[in-house]
Design a protein around this ligand. Structure first.
Ligand SMILES: C[S@@+](CC[C@H](N)C(=O)[O-])C[C@H]1O[C@@H](n2cnc3c(N)ncnc32)[C@H](O)[C@@H]1O
Length: 252
C-alpha cells in the first residue's frame, strides 16, 4: 500500500471508531430529535473547527458541496439556507460516518419536508462530483487530514463553477512539529500532525488556480476552543499555541 493510502486508511479507521461511539441524543438509534429546532444540531459530533456555513453567506438555490461531511452537521445547516431549489452534497470516505449521515438525512427530510441533501462516498482528493457544477464548496476540519492537500484544492477548483467560491475552516501550524509528533497516527487523526504551515496552505490554494484568497478568521487552537473532539482532547494540552484554526475564502 502506498504511503498516502496508508495515511487515509488510518484516518478512516479513526473516524469509523468515532462514528461507532456516537451516543448523542441525535444518534441513529434514538428518536428524541423530532422537534423542528433539532435540525440545527443534527449531525453535530463536536468534530469541527469553524463555521464555514455562516462565513459562506449562502443563498437560496445554490449547489453546495461539503468536503468530509462526517455525520452531516454542516450539510443540514447549508440545506436549510439553500432550500428546496438548492442542493447540498456531502462527501466522506468513512462508511460508518456515511451511515450516520444518511440516517440523519432521513430525519432532516421528516423534520423539514425538504429533500435537498445527498451523501456520496469518496475521497476529497478525487471528488465524486461533476466539473463546474458547484456554487460553493465548504469544509470543516478535514483538509488537514488529507495526505495530498494540493490535490484537494485542484479538485475543488475543478468542481466549482466560474465565479464560485470555497470557504473552508481548517487547522494550520504556527510552528513545525517535532518529528515524533508528526509521525503520531493519533495526532494525525486529531487534525494536527497532518496540518501544513499557514503559508504552505495558502500556496497550495494559489497553486490550484484560485485568484482571490482571503483569511476570514484566524484563531489560536487550544483545548479550550477545540470543542469536544474526542481525539483532540487527548493531545490538546501538549500542543498549546502550535496550531491555529483558520477560515479561508477563495474564488474561482
Ligand atoms: C474531523 S471530522 C469533521 C467532520 C465534519 N466536517 C464536522 O465538522 O462534523 C473529519 C471527517 O472527514 C472525513 N475524511 C478525512 N479525510 C478524508 C478524505 N481524504 N476524503 C474523504 N473524507 C475524509 C472523515 O471520515 C471524517 O468524517
Amino acid at each position: 500500500m502506498k504511503e498516502k493510502d496508508k495515511i487515509r486508511d488510518s484516518v478512516k479507521k479513526a473516524y469509523g471508531a468515532v462514528a461507532g461511539s456516537e451516543k448523542s441524543c441525535c444518534g441513529p438509534k434514538t428518536s428524541c430529535c423530532g422537534s423542528p429546532a433539532a435540525t440545527e444540531t443534527l449531525g453535530e459530533m463536536g468534530l469541527s473547527c469553524g463555521d464555514p456555513v455562516m462565513f459562506s453567506r449562502l443563498k437560496e438555490g445554490q449547489v453546495v458541496v461539503d468536503l468530509g461531511s462526517g455525520a452531516g452537521k454542516d450539510v443540514f445547516l447549508a440545506a436549510r439556507v439553500v432550500g428546496d431549489k438548492g442542493r447540498v452534497i456531502g462527501v466522506d470516505m468513512t462508511p460508518e460516518m456515511l451511515a450516520l449521515a444518511r440516517e440523519n438525512a432521513e430525519k432532516f427530510r421528516e423534520m423539514t419536508g425538504i429533500d435537498n441533501v445527498e451523501f456520496r462516498e469518496g475521497t476529497i482528493e478525487k471528488l465524486p462530483v461533476e466539473d463546474a457544477s458547484v456554487d460553493v464548496v465548504i469544509s470543516n476540519c478535514v483538509i488537514n487530514l488529507s495526505p495530498d492537500k494540493p490535490a484537494v484544492f485542484r479538485e475543488v477548483f475543478r468542481v466549482l463553477k466560474r465565479g464560485g467560491k470555497m470557504v473552508v475552516s481548517d487547522i494550520v501550524l504556527n510552528r513545525a512539529l517535532p518529528e515524533k509528533l508528526k509521525n503520531d497516527a493519533g495526532l494525525y487523526a486529531a487534525c494536527v500532525a497532518g496540518a501544513l504551515m499557514l503559508e504552505e496552505y495558502l500556496e497550495a490554494i494559489r497553486g490550484a488556480g484560485f485568484g482571490e484568497i482571503e483569511i476570514l478568521k484566524d484563531a489560536m487552537y487550544s483545548t479550550g476552543n477545540a470543542g469536544a473532539d474526542p481525539i483532540s482532547l487527548k493531545y490538546g494540552k501538549a500542543l498549546e499555541g502550535a496550531a491555529s484554526s483558520i477560515t479561508v475564502e477563495a474564488r474561482k
